[in-house]
Design a protein around this ligand. Structure first.
Ligand code: GDP
Ligand code: MG
Ligand code: K
Length: 278
């Protein structure tokens, strides 16, 4: 049989467990508890001749290493390499949701976007041009209401369709300010010299960005390479001096710039429903 492993990634409370329960007919409690373990067995769903193995990742806002949930989620994606990620977005908090998406894009994982809570968003007058979004985000975009199962057929069809076409190897990038881009390219050069043949361009770009952001976990892993760590630190210092912001803030600003572009092009948010971006 044809099988596929799909990981569900999204912010806490965006509806991941609801989707899984509804899809599998199970009744695991839908709670709001902290969770840092992953059930790698997953839940199996049969659709159009495929067995889709769905893994529920912990709720996360980012893929840095600022919380155990983020580290566990990121390690799972890197080590287990699920075939596909369903990136679940909270339609009522789309900017914040898309922050995680920018990081999944940078990791280069094949993905489908699931805009959940579409009922609540529509009730607030928020609407999405899913075709335009899919074009900008480089992958299919589906709307769902996980509590009721609305949109699931489309979501499952989209998963199977993608699997049958062959999952894309992603090369889409988030573009940053020119100073950041220069620093990324320089860092990538050092990385590919240190790890010859181990990383493609997309992977070295991801690691360069993470190191530039001062990701503790990844900096620790590269700690043997004194020259790299020194070079990264001096770039960080220089960027902070010239821009007056930490590199973390500079990268976050770049990500929100991309997100604002998505909103401008493809999402209608009435003034009465403006959302948090933090
Ligand atoms: P998780 O933290 O991502 O696993 O989110 P949950 O599945 O626990 O859902 C969080 C809350 O949102 C629960 O109260 C769900 O009943 C509710 N919920 C989930 N999906 C939807 C949806 O599409 N529409 C609405 N209105 N509520 C939803
Ligand atoms: Mg959950
Ligand atoms: K708009």
């Amino acid at each position: 049989t044809k099988t596929l492993t799909v990981a569900l990634a999204g912010n806490p409370n965006c509806g991941k467990t609801s989707l899984l329960n509804k899809l599998t007919g199970s009744h695991k409690s839908v709670g709001n508890y902290a969770r840092v373990t992953i059930d790698k067995q997953g839940s199996q769903i049969e659709h159009k001749g495929w067995t889709i193995n769905v893994i529920d990742l912990p709720g996360i806002y980012s893929l840095s290493s600022q919380s155990p949930e983020e580290i566990v989620g990121r390690d799972y994606i890197q080590d287990e390499q699920p075939d596909l990620i369903i990136n679940m977005l909270d339609a009522t908090n789309i900017q914040r949701s898309l922050f995680l998406s920018t990081q999944l894009i940078e990791m280069g994982v094949p993905r489908i976007y699931d805009i959940n809570m579409i009922d609540e968003a529509n009730a607030k007058g928020i609407s999405f041009d899913t075709k335009a979004m899919a074009e900008i985000l480089g992958s299919p975009v589906i709307e769902t209401e996980a509590r009721k199962g609305f949109g699931f057929e489309l979501l499952l069809n989209s998963i199977v369709e993608m699997a049958e076409k062959g999952l894309p190897k992603d090369s889409m990038n988030i573009k940053y300010d020119s100073h950041l881009e220069e620093a990324i390219v320089d860092t990538q050069k050092i990385l590919t010299d240190l790890h010859p043949g181990e990383m493609n361009d997309h992977q070295s770009r991801w690691l360069a960005i993470k190191l530039m952001e001062g990701d503790d976990d990844l900096v620790k892993r590269e700690n043997d390479h004194e020259e790299l760590i020194k070079a990264v630190q001096s770039k960080r210092d220089e960027l902070e001096r010239t821009h007056g912001d930490t590199t973390e803030v500079l990268f976050a600003t770049g990500r929100y710039g991309f997100i604002n572009g998505v909103v401008e092009e493809a999402i209608e948010i009435p003034a009465t429903a403006q959302q948090n971006t933090t």
